[in-house]
Design a protein around this ligand. Sequence first.
Ligand SMILES: [Zn+2]
Length: 451
Amino acid sequence: MAERPFWNDIEGASAAEVRALEDRKLAGQIDYLFANSSFYQRKLGDAGLKPTDIRSVRDLRNVPFTRKSELRESLAEAPPLGHHGIAPICDVVQIQASSGTTGAPSYVGVTHRDLDSWCEMQARTMYAGGILPGDLVMHATSLSKGFVGGVPVFQSFQYMKVCDIPIGAEAGTERLLAVIRDLKPNVLYATPHFAVYLAERVPDVLGMTARELSVRKLSVGGEPGGGIPAVRAKMEELWDADAREILGGTDFGIAYWGECEDKSGMHFTGQGYIVAEIIDPVTEEVLEPEQGVEGELVYSAIDRQASALLRFRSGDRVLVTGTSCPCGRTSYKLRCVGRTDDMLIVKGINVFPSAVQDVVTRFGAEVTGLIKVVVDFDGHTTQDALKIKVECAQGLPVDRLPGLKRDLENSLRDSLVFRPEVTLVPAGTFAKPGQTKVSMIERVQPSGSRA
Ligand SMILES: [Zn+2]
């Protein structure tokens, strides 16, 4: 049997076909929310909207945004799943938790049908990334804590008949590497920084290099890194493997953006389940997804029974990298450039920590690749030099330190057009990648402010 070009034919459908499907499902979802969701009955009612006002994706523009803070309040007031949980708890078969990078975890429920759609979207995403039935996957993201990178990923691999080895990041580096040596998986599923870290530990733990192991495909996500050119190149070189990136989030599924063999950005894979819009985060205007457009992703569920959300501000800041692709997928492609919350403005120049990391990682063996941007000012804007801590590689000669600091500062200034102040810190200063996401921001009390 010839290999299918995509997991699902909808990925190659025309824009008009996809839009017709979205309009039909959205209308049904709106009727369902008006009938069942006290959260949206109130929210849409307050905005003066009736079910007949929202019949198409175009009409979504009149719908107010839903923000994370509203979900937190709703969850606190009406446990376990909040006023927006909707489905009767007897229909909910699973509750997942978000990783809570910006506060307390939030909880998301799924029914049997919702779980099926999560698996379908994840299967499209994985298949785009070159992971096929018959592959053997080392599952090295966190399997505990209710994160979507754990049990739901396991379930989606079962759904697509890919063999998962659910060892998990919690097992620790030595255990994970020993199992890779013993079982010879051809795929590693991990966060990008953990994939790099694991490869770097192979010589100590196994007395060989990661290139000599069996992994030839890397599927990475959960944090910026896979889309940062220098980080990707490092990971591919270390493992002698092909790295592809994924993007998603617990509120709408597992991953619903996946990167094809063209490796030029991630295609949307949520057709029929989610509508994605890109907005200007300041003016909140909807932007057409044309090449070069940058904005924040906003999602609406259009075929969801439990925890269904409309126009949810994801906080993910993305750049559209293309609107057509040799692979035949018809959805546009994008890269995640960071979280809207992480963007800093240094003397009027927008700076994302992921861009800083890209420049630093190009210094190769002299650095570990881990950085912290020190935010010692209120909000996101500073007129001063931006302080950046960079971890040096183990064993770097002391007499190289002043030169490395100078070279890093020059490179950052030349590439990103802002004035940096680099502090070098020894290897091992920052928490090792593994079970938790790597934060590239260190917030400290503004030096001039009152305590
Ligand atoms: Zn493609």
